[in-house]
Design a protein around this ligand. Structure first.
Ligand code: GLC
Length: 390
């Protein structure tokens, strides 16, 4: 681990637009913990929230600039005229305040940890003086086309270097000179890999994560409804709550569950303070994102505790579950990869087929989960991530 005295410690200011605790924020907290004091790292967010609370309780210095409307503009609005105007006016005001904090902190390095943060940091810092930690794919299945254009320009001319959370994410930034993009998979602390379970167990089939259309809880419920009649003992569990602007989706999900014939066999567990124990108690983890996932930390967290994985076949997920492209097709839209089953995105029948295969093939599921655990503990440690980033 890097050991520097206080005077020579490099100071870093990481900028994030959100105070919520999404995947990128959890990845950041792990990364800062792994730096083990080797750098003087402060965080700036544009809203209060659980991320700010966690960061402060981990002893991290946090500045909060109240971001107002510019922070609240959703991805869908970002391409509209109203969205652009709110964005532009709010962003200029925010940029002025951000500039003041950066002047006062005078960090050696500024890092943007979210798309909105990158736009603001780009405005304030200009060319090549900041690093972009990219957790999102710059692709049209996720962002409005004009926004992608702006972000690619920022990638090319703004930031000094991009740290992408997967090769799939890196492939969306457009062509950049060699060495300007590095891939650092978000890793887990070593303790996350201790005591993996030996067999998949009898727990529920679960989906864990923010409740949102991009995460696919509704596809999960639809697949559960197909699995339930032939697998009367199977139970299902949805862990997570809606953040940002997805309250409407959460309501629709709840109604879908009420209408389904799953009755007491499906549980809406809400937000969990200890996701590690959730992953451990599940019989299998289902990742159902209908749009390609940039990376997919929940998959690695499940692999770490020995829980078998069914995941949608796109984005960074493939690099986790099928690192060497060694899969076989076992049903329409379902591939069996070394570390889990990969399912055609947005295909409820394929998702149901994969869940049933896992339920029906206990021994194979166990072997897969054991191998997944040992691969994850080699490839996805936070020290590995830190070694690339530092
Ligand atoms: C974002 C991505 C997710 C990734 C995480 C950490 O939340 O959506 O796929 O795992 O960042 O990089």
């Amino acid at each position: 681990m890097i050991d520097r005295s206080d005077e020579t410690r490099l100071s870093v200011l990481v900028v994030s637009h959100t105070g919520e605790l999404g995947g990128a924020e959890r990845a950041l907290l792990r990364l800062i913990a792994a730096s083990d004091g080797g750098f003087d790292i402060a965080v700036l967010t544009m809203a209060e929230g659980p991320f700010v609370t966690e960061a402060r309780s981990a002893g991290i210095r946090v500045h909060v600039l109240a971001g107002g409307d510019a922070v609240r503009v959703t991805r869908a609005q970002a391409g509209s005229l109203a969205g652009v105007t709110t964005n532009a006016l709010g962003a200029l005001a925010l940029a002025r305040r951000l500039r003041r904090v950066i002047r006062a902190e005078a960090p050696d390095l500024v890092v943007a940890n979210s798309l909105k943060a990158a736009m603001l940091v780009g405005l304030v810092m200009g060319r090549r003086r900041w690093v972009w930690h990219l957790h999102d794919r710059l692709a049209s299945d996720y962002l409005a086309t004009p926004v992608i254009g702006v972000l690619r320009l920022l990638a090319r001319f703004g930031s000094r270097c991009i740290v992408a959370n997967s090769r799939a994410t890196a492939a969306t930034v457009g062509r950049l000179p060699a060495g300007r993009v590095v891939v650092a998979y978000p890793g887990l602390e070593l303790s996350a890999f201790e005591r993996p379970k030996r067999s998949p167990g009898r727990g529920p089939v679960g989906i864990v994560g923010r409740v949102a259309p991009t995460k696919g809880q509704r596809e999960f419920v639809a697949a559960a409804s197909l699995v339930a009649p032939t697998h009367p003992k199977a139970r299902f569990r949805i862990v997570g709550a809606a953040l940002f602007d997805d309250a409407g989706y959460a309501e629709a999900l709840h109604e879908q569950i009420e209408r389904s014939r799953l009755g007491g066999r499906i549980q809406e567990a809400g937000w969990s303070a200890s996701p590690a124990s959730e992953f451990r108690s599940l019989r299998m983890l289902v990742h159902a994102s209908p749009v390609p996932e940039p990376f997919g930390q929940v998959i690695v967290e499940s692999m770490a505790v020995g829980t078998p994985v069914v995941a949608t076949d796109a984005g960074g997920v493939r690099e986790i579950v099928d690192p060497h492209g060694a899969s076989v097709t076992i049903a329409d839209g379902v591939r069996r990869a070394p570390h889990g089953l990969l399912v055609r995105p947005n295909d409820v029948a394929a998702l149901a087929a994969a869940i049933m295969w896992m339920l029906d093939h206990r021994a194979e599921a166990s072997t897969m989960a054991r191998e997944a655990h040992s691969d994850a503990s080699a490839r996805f440690t936070i020290d590995h991530t830190w070694a690339i980033v530092a």
